[in-house]
Design a protein around this ligand. Structure first.
Ligand code: NAP
Length: 748
């Protein structure tokens, strides 16, 4: 603290804000001496009695002499007069700051006194914290804690002055942001001044009505919440509205325009557009908070979570419906948005990733209702109806959204930028950017490794290409095919191994012709999609954890209902069967273009290790973390090759699984494109395999859920750290797993 200590701090004005900062300075002993000047003697004597100052003066000249920090904490309109008065008495290296709610006029006032050569120590500031009450008694030592303080350093401001002020506000536990003066006034006009103006105005509108008493008497929570800030100091707000006139008038104009929009929607009873507007606003409020924090979209995933699983599970049984397929959920929104007419979706997975896709299309002007209990209604805008998003599209943690949207956005008339959370920001994007460039797209990834953010310049005429996929990736294939919808002529992709074909199937369900000839998939650009109904099948990737759980547990009997069994996704069934698991696929049927069935797995036979056939690898790519758990319980060695892709998923799934397995006493060797696992199981034996231990999931949902299943064969407690991301694909996981027979405890 000593480095930060000031010799003498002089407050000019010591009301709510000034006295709160004085409280911080006293609490942390940040100054040898604190003095103040106010108009009234009473304020000064009260401040002395409160222990905030040692001396008080009614003349500011007396206060500032010998001060190395002067804080102007008075109404902004008094700034010029005070500066004129104190100017001759300030020491050369004195830091002068203020706390005013507007900044342009404070700088103007200073220039009126000093001319352009403002003192090096002059750094305007604005704490974004306040209260309805004012005066020296209203101050609080924690008023600024966890609030933002904006400093607006000028070209004349010296670095040392800025740094010392940053330290001072940090001592108040505030988060300090430096910003340009004009930007400050524009931002505050929208986020603070306009809401206050609206609150005053609403209360005024209601107060002028004849039945005003009744209105106030019966005022509900909405009115109380909205009008709370109209109890603020009229003089202060009067000053602010004038001081920031230009920016506030702009904000009022914007408000009037938007008000006219919603007014018209109500007048016309345009239910679809009104729902779209309200849904967008509701989601945007939450979305922006998460975006700023680079956090997931769902509230309950903000905190870090862990699973603790006790040994001793006796059985694993039941009939379950696992959540909707993520891949199909994503595509239902994307295709519904660009289709003509309305698309109704049921079984939509309300997880992080699909919600990111949904929000992106709302941001591009698509009216979407829901999701509510898995139901979403999308009012398609047609192939040319998407509109430019106002700011960057935030994809959260969803690689699927970013890669598929890269294709769609490359073909739009507008520019766009896509960003993601910390984990997505490390994932490779050049694999999709490269082929799109061949089609004529202007697309830019970031840094040497070609990661997000991705910037796309619109209005490029795309041309169809033929592309040989260097890797088996359904996301890259889909991104290219989607760009191909707008491209001239034919776009085709040949894949080295068959990958998931949800895109092809769903495009067909939306009436778009897509040809599949062996490994070659093609479509002609320039067609259109027609809105339809989509039932999202249960996700086989989520079902996989329960399939593995049942396969490694004696006498287990689990049925997973209405699971999508798209042949490009059923590698898990085939591989488990080859390992000896007792699996039956029952009641096969078709829903929304996708084959579905009920899958029953019984713990009747112990598993044996195999060399996983490479042609099955792309068909089970997301299920390997779970399959590694099965392999550890099998008799003999399991070898996986040809799965380098696993290293660039949400985590390096080969390494992260190998680390966890080793912690739990399993002998395994990670290789460049796979792993060798020495199974500890013995034919006909169902005893414990894992020793227990603490597992780091690296916030990868599939790693977390896989190790949870190891709890069925563990001798010691298993702790899995970083499990909050399970909500991205399987929000009901612990509930269903515990119903089946596990004992997972969730702690934050
Ligand atoms: P406050 O509680 O009313 O205190 C104002 C102080 O300034 C009082 O000590 C007052 O002296 C003194 N003062 C008033 N007019 C003066 C004049 N013409 N010459 C000299 N001193 C004068 O106000 P506050 O809420 O602390 O606000 C102070 C500044 O902080 C304003 O610029 C405001 O824009 C800014 N701000 C306020 C909030 C908020 O929510 N209140 C939030 C952020 C920033 P007396 O004690 O003698 O009356």
């Amino acid at each position: 603290m000593s480095q930060l200590q000031f010799e003498k701090v002089a407050f000019i004005g010591l009301g709510l804000i000034g006295s709160s900062l004085a409280r911080v300075i006293q609490a942390h002993a940040l100054a040898k001496e604190v003095v103040a000047s106010t108009r009234s003697e009473k304020t000064l004597s009260d401040a002395k009695a409160l222990g905030l100052i040692s001396q008080g003066y009614t003349n500011p000249i007396d206060a500032v002499q010998g001060a190395d920090l002067v804080v102007l904490a008075l109404p902004v309109r008094a700034t010029q007069k005070v500066l004129e008065t104190i100017k001759p008495y300030l020491t050369a290296n004195c830091i002068i700051t203020d706390v005013g709610s507007t900044k342009g006029n404070v700088v103007e006032a200073a220039k009126a006194v000093y001319g352009e050569a403002l003192p090096a120590g002059f750094v305007p500031g604005h704490p974004i914290a306040g209260a309805e009450h004012t005066g020296v008694h209203a101050g609080k030592v924690d008023l600024f804690a966890n609030h933002k303080v904006i400093l607006t350093p000028l070209p004349t401001s010296s670095t040392w002055a800025v740094e010392r002020l940053i330290q001072l506000w940090q001592a108040a536990d505030a988060e300090v942001i430096c910003m340009d003066v004009a930007k400050h006034d524009e931002v505050l006009a929208h986020t603070s001044h306009l809401p206050h103006l609206m609150a005053f105005n609403l209360v005024e509108q209601l107060a002028n009505r004849e039945d005003n008493l009744d209105i106030f008497r019966y005022a509900a929570g909405g009115f109380r919440d909205f009008s709370r800030i109209a109890a603020s100091d009229p003089q202060m707000w009067h000053d602010i509205f004038f001081a920031n006139k230009t920016a506030i008038l702009k904000a009022v104009d914007g408000f009037e325009q938007q008000l006219a929009v919603i007014r018209k929607l109500i007048e016309d009873e345009d239910s679809q557009q009104l729902m779209g507007l309200l849904g967008h606003a509701q989601a945007a409020r939450q979305h922006f908070n998460h975006m700023l924090a680079k956090k997931p979209l769902l509230e309950n995933t903000q905190v870090t979570q862990q699973f603790t699983i006790q040994p001793g599970a006796k059985n694993f049984q039941g009939k379950f419906t696992v959540p909707g397929d993520k891949s199909v959920s994503h595509r239902s929104i994307m295709f519904g948005a660009i289709a003509e007419g309305t698309t109704h979706v049921t079984g939509f997975l309300e997880g992080e990733d699909a919600l990111a896709t949904l929000q992106a299309f709302r941001d591009m002007g698509v009216s979407i209702e829901g999701p509510k209990n898995g139901e979403v209604t999308i009012h398609g805008v047609g192939m040319h109806g998407l509109t430019a998003p106002k700011s960057a599209l935030y994809m959260g943690n969803s690689g699927t959204s970013m890669r598929l949207l890269s294709g769609m956005l490359s073909a739009q008339a507008f520019d766009s930028v896509m960003t993601g959370d910390a984990s997505l920001s490390k994932r490779p994007m050049e694999r999709i950017a490269k082929p799109l460039r061949l089609m004529g797209a202007q697309i830019q990834s970031t840094g040497e490794r070609g990661t997000p953010p991705i910037s796309i310049s619109g209005a490029q005429a795309l041309k169809g290409i033929h592309y040989d996929l260097p890797m088996a990736s359904a996301q890259v294939k889909s991104g290219i095919l989607l760009a191909g919808l707008w491209a001239e002529g034919e776009t085709s992709v040949t894949e080295p191994e068959p990958t998931r074909d949800h895109t092809e199937r769903m495009l067909r369900a939306f009436g778009y012709e897509v040809k599949t000839e062996g490994n070659r998939i093609s479509l002609q650009g320039g067609g259109k999609l027609v809105g339809t109904n989509i039932q999202v099948p249960s996700d086989i990737s989520s079902a996989a954890f329960f399939m593995v759980g049942a396969a490694i547990t004696e006498n287990a009997d689990v049925t997973l209902e209405a699971v999508g069994i798209n042949p490009t996704r059923t590698g898990i069934i085939e591989i488990l069967k080859q390992m000896g698991a007792d699996i039956t696929v029952q009641n096969e049927r078709i829903a929304g273009g996708e084959p579905i069935a009920d899958i029953r797995i019984q713990g009747t036979r112990t598993l044996k290790g195999i060399h996983i056939p490479e042609d099955q690898v792309p068909l089970a790519i997301d299920e390997f973390p779970a399959l590694f758990i099965a392999a550890a319980c099998a008799e003999g060695q399991t070898i996986l090759t040809g799965a380098a892709e696993l290293r660039v998923k949400e985590s390096d799934r080969i390494q992260v699984m190998a680390d966890g397995l080793t912690t739990m006493g399993i002998d395994c060797t990670p290789t460049e494109d796979g792993i060798i696992i020495q199974g500890k199981g013995q034919s006909g034996e169902w005893g414990a395999i894992f020793t227990g231990g603490e597992i780091e999931s690296h916030h990868d949902h599939r790693i977390a859920m896989s190790f949870a299943m190891a709890g069925l064969r563990t001798s010691g407690e298993i702790k899995i750290v970083g499990t909050e991301t399970v909500a991205t694909s399987f929000p009901s996981f612990t509930q269903l797993a515990n119903t089946a027979g596990l004992a997972i405890q969730v702690t934050e």
